[in-house]
Design a binder for this molecule. Structure first.
Ligand code: HEC
Ligand code: HEC
Length: 289
């Protein structure tokens, strides 16, 4: 009985795994996409419309070169972008996004997409679009969404709860170091945060393209925001489509703050945490505890 069940579950897993790449190969046509022309986006009290003249104009003028006519990331410029140095433009048809306030595997909120567009992506060709009016950006969010059928069949995830930020203390920084060691952030990011861990050179994104881990030490801006809250969100939701996982199941909310504080000690920017680490004479974690 048990064996039979195992056999069945293996089959189910095999079918699901095999159908994943097929689903993403299936190209959507212009007609499929036109069917979602009335897609909306809501940010604050603004409503964006995919079928507004402004959205269509702005997308064609400013986004199409990279993200392509069909939103599949195959714009003219894409061929010149070589990962890991230059990540490829996002394929909007897949509906998979790096910067989310929502749990891994779920759709981002409209606000998340709005923030990503406004912020731009450091260490990539994706520009900062904060010169647009808010309305233009909300229209573009609706336009980005209309490329993926996921936004018709699924609701965005519920944003994760972030508890209020506690006071930084030496104990919290030390505890953050323990967590960095325990959940093995160093495997990719390296014990000193220089993106040179044992797995770093073999990392690939979900589309099989080489991808670099984040180097904490060179003063680079995280793609999904640089505030303490942003950093907290990054490792508790993960960057979907990349090897950067969600640690929501392995790190408790209060511990997560300690980890944020420890990450600050690795970063180039001066901080209270860096001062504390210096006073403590804190050493990098050991890969072989
Ligand atoms: C010069 C090329 C280029 C242009 C122009 C461009 N993008 Fe991008 N965009 C990218 C690249 C490259 C990425 C992926 C970056 C990464 O994964 O690190 C990206 C990613 C994104 C994402 C994904 C956000 C996430 O959380 O995963 C959105 C949304 C987006 N772009 C919207 C836009 C919009 C809207 C425009 C036009 C106003 C635009 N982009 C113009 C190159 C471009
Ligand atoms: C399996 C490899 C792997 C592990 C383990 C891993 N990361 Fe990452 N991490 C990555 C990759 C790859 C990126 C770069 C993603 C990108 O640029 O699209 C990244 C990016 C990041 C970023 C920057 C995100 C941004 O917005 O640019 C932070 C912060 C981060 N990781 C923190 C952590 C922490 C904290 C841990 C442990 C709790 C951890 N990572 C574990 C692979 C990993």
């Amino acid at each position: 009985m048990r064996r039979n069940w195992m056999k069945w579950s293996l089959w189910v897993v095999a079918v699901v795994v095999l159908s994943l790449p097929v689903a993403s190969w299936a190209q959507l046509t212009t007609q499929d996409i036109a069917a979602r022309d009335n897609m909306e986006a809501h940010v604050g009290n603004l409503t964006g419309h995919a079928n507004s003249g402004q959205a269509k104009y702005d997308y064609r003028r400013y986004c199409v070169g990279c993200h392509g006519d069909l939103g599949d990331g195959n714009g003219e410029v894409a061929q010149w972008l070589d990962p890991p140095m230059w990540p490829k433009p996002r394929d909007f048809q897949l509906g998979i996004f790096k910067c989310r306030s929502t749990p891994t595997g779920t759709l981002p909120t409209d606000q998340d997409l709005y923030d990503a567009i406004s912020r731009g992506f450091d260490r990539s060709a994706m520009p900062i679009w904060n010169v647009f009016t808010k309305q233009q950006r909300v229209d573009l969010v609706a336009f980005v969404k209309h490329f993926s059928p996921r936004f018709v069949s699924e609701k965005p995830g519920t944003p994760i709860q972030i508890p209020p930020e506690p006071e930084v203390t030496a104990d919290r920084v030390k505890n953050g170091r323990e967590i960095f060691a325990r959940v093995q952030c160093w495997k990719c990011h390296g014990v000193t945060g220089q993106a040179n861990g044992p797995s770093a050179s073999t990392l690939q994104d979900d589309l099989g393209r080489p991808i670099a881990a984040f180097n904490f030490t060179e003063g680079a801006r995280p793609k999904c925001g640089s505030t303490d809250q942003d950093i907290y969100r990054i490792f508790m939701t993960g960057l979907d489509g990349t090897p950067m996982p969600s640690f929501a199941d392995n790190i408790k909310p209060d511990e997560a703050w300690d980890l944020v504080f420890y990450l600050r000690t690795l970063m180039a920017q001066p901080s209270k945490e860096k001062d504390i680490a210096r006073q403590l004479g804190l050493k990098p974690v050991s890969p072989n505890p």
